[in-house]
Design a protein around this ligand. Sequence first.
Ligand SMILES: [Zn+2]
Ligand SMILES: [Zn+2]
Length: 279
Amino acid sequence: MQTAGCRTVIEGLLTYLKDPNRDPTVLDAIVHHVSTCPRCERKMEQFLRALAMDEEDLLTCQACQALLPEYLQAETRGQAEEARWHPVAVHLETCPHCSAEYVALLEMLDLAYGEGEREPPHYPEPKLPFLQAELTKEPPESGRAWYQDALGRLIIEFSAELLRALRTSAYQPAHAAGLKSNRAPNILWQFSLKEAVEDMEVTVTAEADRGDSAFCTLAVEVNIPSKGGWPYLAGTTVALKRGKTVLGVRQTDAFGLVLFERVLKDDLAHLALEITPRS
Ligand SMILES: [Zn+2]
Ligand SMILES: [Zn+2]
């Protein structure tokens, strides 16, 4: 929820932008609030993503939402790459309202037509079935966690075995050192791939939704060491899929982060992430 503090910050920022000379100390208050408020922190990420995009968002929220049902159909048919859908993709990339609407629609569609897709999906045999160092303690059946396809895309599959292994392996507090303390208690599990794929480091964190225990947020951080770390990490494409169905496609922001919100926890074992670095 937006708090009174959030609103004060927004008003302060608007006043500052109109007249920066009047009260420069307002900036300190803004920075302090944004760095401690998870809600504003996420909004800020969205804002930075919008700034980082060199394309103009041409759609209003109303226009975007009117197109969403058709856009979803195009996605299921694999036609969402067509030029006519580009403005919708651009808008969804930056607009929290419409991307929430998009996820809600997806869930509705799923309830209406998804029964057939609920059967256990068939996972292709990985081409490189070996474990990354951090998971070597786990039983061999979790070895199918990830592979790279012929196009250099990294695919991470969250099988029931992998999730069980991630949840049961005692959560390492040292792991959480880099995370904000206000986020750490909500972490369900964390999966990281380091030094396993050339020039790519991936960390996936599942955070419980505070409001609704059926859902979680997947935060995917992709570091491309050769790009020099943040803030040069924008543009990696991350798709969340269930079987062949694309649930969402996002591009990393300057910090290499994408978020998939309102992901059904019960669905996690059927999901896969497909990560395509910017070429
Ligand atoms: Zn706030
Ligand atoms: Zn919108």
